[in-house]
Design a protein around this ligand. Sequence first.
Ligand SMILES: [Zn+2]
Length: 354
Amino acid sequence: MTMAVFLLVGMLVAIPGVNQAQAAGAHELNYFNYETYTHEGRNWLRIELGLKGGEVNYTTNVRELTPKQLHVVLEDTSRGKVKSDISLDRKIAKYLTMRQEGSNNLDVMISLNKPVADQAYKVYTADKDRKAKKPYRLVIEIAADKLASEYEVEKPQVDAFEGLQGRKIVLDPGHGGSDSGAIGPNGLKEKDAALAISQNVANILRNSGAIVTMTRDTDVDVYGPMASDRNELQARVDVGNRDAGNQIFVSIHCNAFTSPTAHGTGTYYFASSFRGQLLAESINDAIVADTGLADRGPQTARFYVLKNSNMPAVLIETAFISNYQEEALLGDEEFQYKIAAAICKGISQYFRMK
Ligand SMILES: [Zn+2]
């Protein structure tokens, strides 16, 4: 029943669309040319498709399964008398084929020698050129290669780890708001480094299928500005304990010491918590293995959030913000991601051990 209704709606929508397009007047190809040229030492291929019928709408895309093909879809356009399969220069592109896509659109496919991702290209329309005896055109230009500066800066792909599907995890980025935490010799605040690392941890955990609750995900106090330590820390514990389904509590901090030479990473757990110890060991091992930070080992501590959480809890002292080198690492986006991924790997190992 539901299906029939959907089909009917689909048809009602589709039919007027087609009629309108035809009424607006279709475009037709009336010119084709290609040439190669050199500009600033780089070889380019220029393909020109002349059109009658006014301004054409087009979309350019690269399909995942055919990365060496560049597709340009011209809306409401027919091929006219231009050949459907055309050989090109063979150095930059092998051939061009045109197929009528759906009822009105013309799919122009250019087969390249290299993946499109490794070539620069531009697609634009050009006005009629009386001198050159060229009509209104769609122009496709493809360079033989791509300059380093033309590659988009790619964000690191978010990792995913096994054993985390459906796991309920509480993340507690240390400090925040009125409480900066420790401040490094170059001014980096612990609250900012802890939040950046925690946000990466949350992204990776969620990408792995986990359900993540954060005590804070912006620069705020959890209880309120200038609260007592006890109120502030209890507010964080409350976020975790509110849902009995939460399985682990992970607090993320930076260490600090009066001597700037102190360095390394350590993860803390409450002495009587066996699972807390397992979790601390897994996380500590993964951080040491993947970041190269000196190993201060998993250790016991009576930190408030460890003592009062109703679930295995750990507090990670990622690195020393009071140490010049480690402060620089803690403020570095790449490192923030790297240590976050290591923390997630440790959490994943913990859940797979159970
Ligand atoms: Zn702290």
